[in-house]
Design a protein around this ligand. Structure first.
Ligand SMILES: [Zn+2]
Length: 112
């Protein structure tokens, strides 16, 4: 047989054109799809139902608030069952919502 030589590898020049950019590199938000749930109409309706149920009254300080916050009693941590449970959502005013988190951190250090 003859000495057939393979074609020189010139395809390397095309590689940059063929390489498609991927979304799989370094986008941490992909790991938290539940953040998008807060934008759904389903969530908007659910939180309004909770506000009406509790008359826009903060469940911590019993004050009626004009800008209520729908708070998950048990942290859902991405669990749809907890996230969409109306019984697991309560009305909070902003000061209590912000303060409650700080209190929870203090509770992590008993005796202090
Ligand atoms: Zn409050």
């Amino acid at each position: 047989m003859g000495r057939l030589k393979a074609m020189p590898p010139r395809l390397g020049r095309l590689a940059p054109l063929l390489a498609m950019p991927t979304d799989t590199e370094g986008h941490s938000k992909v790991n938290e799809p539940w953040r998008g749930w807060y934008k759904l109409a389903r969530w908007q309706r659910l939180r309004i139902r909770v506000f009406v149920r509790e008359n826009y009254t903060c469940q911590l300080c019993s004050r009626v608030t004009g800008r209520p916050i729908a708070d998950h009693v048990r942290p859902h941590r991405g669990d749809p069952a907890l996230f969409w449970s109306e019984a697991n959502v309560q009305t909070l005013c902003k000061p209590c919502h912000d303060g409650e988190k700080q209190a929870a951190e203090r509770r992590a250090h008993p005796g202090g």
